[in-house]
Design a protein around this ligand. Structure first.
Ligand code: ZN
Length: 472
């Protein structure tokens, strides 16, 4: 199976479904729609992504916590906008055994309402602030739209950071730190993205404002991978999260959250893969280097010995490597590991043995290079970095090429990607543009958003540029 049945540039959505299944990331045959089974390869990949997130969190002095999955109805109902936003998406537990529960419980759709009653017990004085926590857990949302592996599911592998601060300015500093975290993380994942300040009508339920992290998929649709929220004291008031200040006054905390999900995997698959399969960025690849022995009758022991000693050196250098000793042809092994997106393949055959060399093949470019055995480790480490850079650069070029800043709708209407148009600040005008472009309002750019042109709908002076796109 050298190539996928569906081609990425012809039918992206079908290609995506095919490649997720063929590469054994998850199994969609579980009898509840949208609740997929993580297979070992996919779960390893997700764990490597989580590990990068954990490193970023610990480097910025966030502490990991783990809250219960169930939330009592009374806790959930304290913040009005939040219930309105999530009410139709939650799963309720009404019975325990044969008994009806006195109070219903729900499966967390996100954890504000689980955490904040506890935060109000934990925080007493200004000395307890800032409180910076995060957890990586599963959340549940009742999706009614068509589900799609990693992109739209009902049980979601989820990251959420929750912080409490003395005041608005301190919370704003946290948002700045969150943006840096996003920059670091998504660089390692080779995923260029844009920040968008979501419009009022599309911000997170209960937030003061929401900044989204969006990538552009090859289909021309955007995919939201995460979001950063400034809550002000919108939650700390109903949940009574207060602290005693230096001068003895009782104040409400200001809060922020930062959420990301398994959609990151959807973006990795969709943005980097090709018609041969996945191409996984080296930093998160479950296997970074696969060694294929090219066995010839009388040389087999020597070749395997060589492979084993190379494997040991790679592992000693913290490279995730493996030898494929299965009794199938080398060609079949190539296809298998290409499909799995392993960044580097190494071939060692009788000729290489004679010349004291190995053959290094890059998954992203297909480039083949023979390199002396003695200098192979240094070479492989550099090549892994080069692969990361190229994956990032290619995706960045694609993203930049498909952002269109235009003065009028006519020139925007035949463009595929992200459209930026002048906006007067009126919801009606944005919605009219959504209708014309058949897309969604993504939000304002958070930098370079000053706009001098009139709103293309009402002709009033624009206050900012506004982005529109079709999205998942
Ligand atoms: Zn307008």
């Amino acid at each position: 199976m050298p190539e996928t049945k569906n081609k990425k540039d012809q039918d992206f959505n079908e290609w995506y479904n095919e490649i997720v299944e063929l590469s054994d990331l998850c199994d969609k045959r579980y009898p509840i729609k949208g609740m997929n089974v993580w297979r070992p390869y996919g779960w390893k990949l997700m764990n490597h992504v989580d590990q990068l997130i954990r490193e970023e969190m610990l480097n910025t002095f966030h502490d990991e916590v783990n809250f219960p999955l169930l939330i009592p109805e009374s806790s959930f109902k304290k913040e009005e906008e939040h219930i309105e936003g999530f009410g139709s998406e939650v799963y309720w537990i009404t019975h325990a055994g044969l008994n009806q529960l006195e109070e219903k419980w729900l499966l967390r759709p996100t954890s504000e309402t689980a955490m904040y009653p506890m935060f109000s017990l934990w925080i007493r004085s200004h000395a307890d602030l800032p409180l910076k926590t995060f957890q990586i857990v599963n959340t549940f949302r009742y999706e009614t739209k068509q589900t799609r592996a990693f992109i739209r599911v009902r049980e979601i592998h989820f990251f959420e950071a929750h912080t409490c601060h003395k005041n608005f300015d301190e919370a704003e500093k946290q948002i700045q730190e969150d943006k840096k975290i996003a920059n670091n993380l998504f660089k390692k994942l080779c995923l260029p993205f844009i920040f968008c300040k979501r419009p009022e009508w599309d911000k997170f339920a209960g937030a003061f404002y929401t900044i989204s992290i969006d990538v552009l998929m090859p289909s021309g649709k955007t995919l939201q991978l995460g979001s950063i929220h400034q809550y002000k004291d919108n939650f700390s008031k109903p949940y009574d999260i207060t602290y005693e200040s230096e001068d003895g006054k009782h104040n409400n905390c200001h809060q922020t959250t930062y959420g990301m999900s398994e959609r990151i995997l959807g973006a990795l698959v969709g943005i980097h893969g090709d018609n041969k399969g996945l191409i996984i960025p080296p930093k998160v690849a479950p296997v970074q280097v696969i060694i294929i022995p090219i066995i010839f009758k009388d040389k087999d022991k020597e070749i395997i010995d060589n492979c084993e000693s190379l494997l040991k050196q790679l592992i000693d250098n913290n490279i995730r490597a493996k030898i494929d000793k299965r009794d199938i042809t080398p060609g079949n092994k190539y296809y298998h590991w290409e499909l799995k997106g392993v960044p580097i393949r190494i071939e060692i055959g009788p000729k290489d043995l004679e010349k004291k060399q190995i053959v290094v093949v890059r998954r992203d470019t297909g480039e083949k290079t023979s390199i002396l055995y003695t200098s192979s480790i240094g070479y492989i480490i550099k090549e892994l970095d080069k692969i990361s850079e190229k994956l990032y650069d290619d995706a960045k070029i694609f993203l930049q090429k498909n952002i269109y800043r235009m003065k009028d709708i006519e020139s925007a209407s035949n463009k595929k990607g992200i459209i930026e148009l002048p906006w007067c600040g009126e919801e009606n005008c944005a919605q009219e543009i959504e209708n014309i472009l058949d897309g969604n309002t993504l939000g304002e750019p958070i930098e370079n958003n000053l706009c001098e042109h009139p709103c293309p709908i009402c002709n009033k002076k624009a206050t900012t540029w506004m982005r529109y796109a079709k999205s998942y």
